[in-house]
Design a protein. Structure first.
Ligand SMILES: *[C@@H]1O[C@H](CO)[C@@H](O)[C@H](O)[C@H]1NC(C)=O
Ligand SMILES: *[C@@H]1O[C@H](CO)[C@@H](O)[C@H](O)[C@H]1NC(C)=O
Ligand SMILES: *[C@@H]1O[C@H](CO)[C@@H](O)[C@H](O)[C@H]1NC(C)=O
Length: 264
């Protein structure tokens, strides 16, 4: 008598098990990939996170700049890639150059701009001191005569007229918003080259309105991008930024609100 051959391949029970395991794997599918602190991915994520932080905090006296990437990991899921990154920062103001750290989770989606950011940073100043500094800047800007329309900050030779520094510092809030919105996982990065054509006025509700033209320098293409920004700011209230950019034939508009001091 011939022995009956078993059917080839896995039986129904094994198939069910495989299906269950696959479903399980899909639900919690996550790959962690450590990234080099000196590599471009972490730097790009840190820049995006910091632009976001500076705009959301809307505190011109405590604007932060990236110092060094400390560590980070790519968290790759089916929905996209998140980058977890820790980095050190220093205060943009050189006279009270302080150090701190930030840690952030940055989500880049399909090379689209405006990454999602969850970030926390150590405070540079305590709350009272920061408020005092922001108010000082607010008063300086209120009293400042609007400079002639053709004035550029910095000046033509890259020099910073100290009386115009408060305008430059305030503009960093709007600039940060724009740079955050323009950042993708693979895009180049931007330098603020100059602001010019500044108009400034005080709204009846005491908000400062700053309207200006921004020249952004894109590092990789060496392109200069020209944008008009409109920033509405008060040291203790949510601020608002709107922009309109025109680069190589394309136009972009955007707007967003910050949470003001409540975010810090
Ligand atoms: C990354 O650096 C931060 C800040 O120094 C530190 O708190 C954190 O533990 C580090 N993470 C890893 C995974 O090394
Ligand atoms: C952001 O990070 C904080 C602290 O790590 C965490 O408690 C919070 O749930 C995060 N929020 C989101 C939306 O991921
Ligand atoms: C952007 O805003 C400007 C000025 O408000 C407007 O003229 C232009 O049509 C807008 N462009 C787009 C693409 O929305």
């Amino acid at each position: 008598m011939l022995a009956r051959r078993r059917p080839a391949g896995p039986g129904p029970t094994a198939l069910l098990l495989v299906a269950l395991l696959a479903a399980e794997a899909r639900a919690s599918w996550l790959i962690r990939r450590p990234l080099s602190p000196s590599g471009p991915e972490l730097r790009q994520a840190a820049r995006a996170a910091l632009h976001f932080f500076n705009y959301r905090a809307a505190s011109p006296s405590t604007v932060r700049v990236l110092k060094e990437v400390l560590n980070g990991t790519a968290l790759i899921r089916e929905e996209g890639e998140n980058i977890k990154v820790a980095f050190s920062i220093e205060s943009y103001r050189t006279e009270n150059s302080q150090l701190g750290t930030c840690s952030a989770l940055v989500g880049f989606k399909d090379h689209k701009s405006r990454p999602t950011v969850n970030i926390s940073c150590t405070p540079l100043l305590d709350q009272k001191e920061r408020k005092k500094e922001d108010y000082k800047l607010y008063k300086q800007i209120k009293q400042l005569e609007t400079p002639p329309f053709e004035t550029t900050i910095p000046g033509k030779l890259g020099d910073m007229d100290p009386s115009l520094q408060p305008l430059w510092e305030l503009a960093m809030i709007g600039n940060s918003f724009l740079m955050w919105e323009k950042t993708t996982s693979t895009s180049s990065y931007y330098y603020v080259q100059q602001i010019t054509n500044i108009k400034k006025w005080i709204r009846p509700d005491d908000f400062i309105i700053l309207h200006y033209r921004l020249l952004l320098h894109e590092f990789r293409t060496q392109e200069i991008i020209s944008c008009h920004l409109h920033l509405v700011w008060h040291p203790e209230k949510p601020s608002k930024t709107q922009y309109h950019c025109q680069d190589s034939g394309t136009q972009e508009n955007g707007s967003g609100n910050s949470e003001g001091s409540g975010f810090l």
